[in-house]
Design a protein around this ligand. Structure first.
Ligand code: ADE
Length: 255
């Protein structure tokens, strides 16, 4: 996999992409990474990438020409055309499902905006527009790192064992769309706060049942919105309705 970024702050990426799991996966050749400076595709003395919006209004917009020239030029390099992903709060919400889909793409170019947005005509070059959440950041660089991290850890071998990314919140395997269960490590008793007995019992079927109940309870408490589409048994669904009512009142339980 080749991940590339186009941005006016290309230097922001390298430290993250060469540290910890990202750095190890890269050193092992699981992915390659390149960042490009959008200003390299400007032709004026000031290397201008922004301009005022037609119709007035606050702030500046990214100009279409440098974006067009950069994306066309970068895309034409190499054998495979990249999947061109723009970051904007107006994009499709980024989810684990999207991460899984992108993790099998051979080449991805992340286009990171700054200022108040982009000239709308630049989006003609996008295969996808992604948002990492309903809040506004100052640029697309953090979204590019967030999405890169989520993709890279899914590459076979990136986590050192191929099971690590399966059994957790939002993975599409086994958990049925629930948050991850509570986990504990030593000490078994911390200031009188003891680890649930069953986890020390060595009885794997009891541990599995406890973890499922923990996942259900935590999801009802912290993310009741996930319950409707979670894969639950009839008994679990009845229990979930009771838990949601207990945690959030009767209105939330009915919703
Ligand atoms: N650019 C600014 N805010 C953003 C967000 N929430 N997601 C993606 N790109 C952005």
């Amino acid at each position: 996999m080749l991940i590339e970024t186009l941005s006016v702050f290309p230097e922001l990426f390298e430290p993250y992409m060469s540290t910890s799991i990202m750095g190890r996966a890269r050193a092992r050749g699981l992915f390659d990474f390149k960042s490009y400076d959008l200003r390299d595709w400007t032709h004026d003395r000031h290397r201008t990438v922004d301009d005022a919006p037609f119709g007035g209004g606050a702030g500046m917009l990214m100009k279409v020409e440098p974006l067009h020239d950069a994306i066309t030029d970068i895309s034409s390099r190499g054998d495979v055309r990249p999947c061109v992903v723009f970051f904007t709060p107006c994009g499709v919400p980024f989810t684990q499902h999207v991460a899984e889909r992108l993790s099998s793409v051979e080449r991805i170019l992340f286009v990171c905006g700054r200022y108040e947005g982009m000239d709308e005509r630049a989006y003609a070059l996008a295969d996808e527009r992604l948002s990492i959440g309903d809040y506004v950041l100052t640029g697309g660089e953090l979204p590019a790192l967030v999405v890169s991290d989520a993709i890279i850890r899914l590459l076979p071998g990136a986590l050192g064992n191929d099971m690590g990314s399966v059994d957790e919140s939002f993975s599409t395997c086994e958990d049925g769309g629930l948050l991850e269960y509570a986990q504990y490590t030593r000490p078994a008793d911390f200031n009188g706060n003891a680890v649930p007995e069953v986890l020390l019992s060595g009885d794997h079927s009891k541990v599995d049942a406890w973890r499922r109940a923990s996942a259900l309870e935590r999801t009802c408490r912290w993310r009741p919105d996930l319950i409707e589409s979670a894969r639950l048994t009839n008994g679990e669904r009845v229990l979930a309705t009771e838990l949601i009512t207990r945690f959030h009142g009767s209105k939330a339980g009915e919703a």
